[in-house]
Write a protein that binds this ligand. Sequence first.
Ligand code: FPP
Length: 243
Amino acid sequence: MLDKGIVLPAHIAIIMDGNGRWAKQRGLARTEGHKRGAEVFRNICTYASRIGIKHMTFYAFSTENWKRSETEVTALMNLFRNYLFEMEEREAENESGGYCIHFLGAREGLPSDLVKLMDQAEARSANKTHMHVNIAVNYGGRAEIVHAAKLLGEQIKAGTLQPQDITEESISALLYTANQPDPDLIIRPSGEQRLSNFLIWQAAYAEFYYDDVLWPDFTPDDLDRAINAFARRDRRFGGVQQQ
Ligand code: FPP
């Protein structure tokens, strides 16, 4: 349960980790862990939107995940496809509470039919305001910064930007998360305590919360616990402690 009267984080980002271990513990294929993980992703979105979180970001596939077996990569791509196919259904059942969907990451390298579905989902949901759901697919934090640097380089080459005019804001505006607040809270389940190239620019002032539960076992109660812990922290942003 959420503690009474707390200030909710505006943006929560989650590294959905532990699917493989969850499957192994049950003698199942790793892909079964991802399947269950995708269901948990949906449940957590529904719950987060119900309690009033405005931005959720989920790390679904990193630029390093291409190193996994073809079976596993294909299974993950199919889970993304299924989610997008079913989006229309969910929109109908969820008229007042629609999500604005964004995909963070490089489109290059992804199957072209999936890219088309991603583009359509973003376009169809662009005016929805209840909650922003960012899904990081083919995402790497360093690659995201390189991408932004290339765009800045092009603007300088075209003469529309002077190097001395580059600011933190102008870089933020060229990241995949443009126009969204930085995450306040980053949650990593499954006992690992690393950022793994996730939102490395945006995480500058984020609070981190680690949990031993594996992602396929993650529940709304676990999210509540993370939010309660976040609400008890004293965020100073480099300033001094409030007396
Ligand atoms: C990391 O756990 C998890 C992933 C690489 C995949 C996460 C993707 C999903 C949960 C599917 C999301 C679906 C949608 C529709 C967004 P791991 O496999 O590395 O776990 P391990 O460390 O236990 O092996």
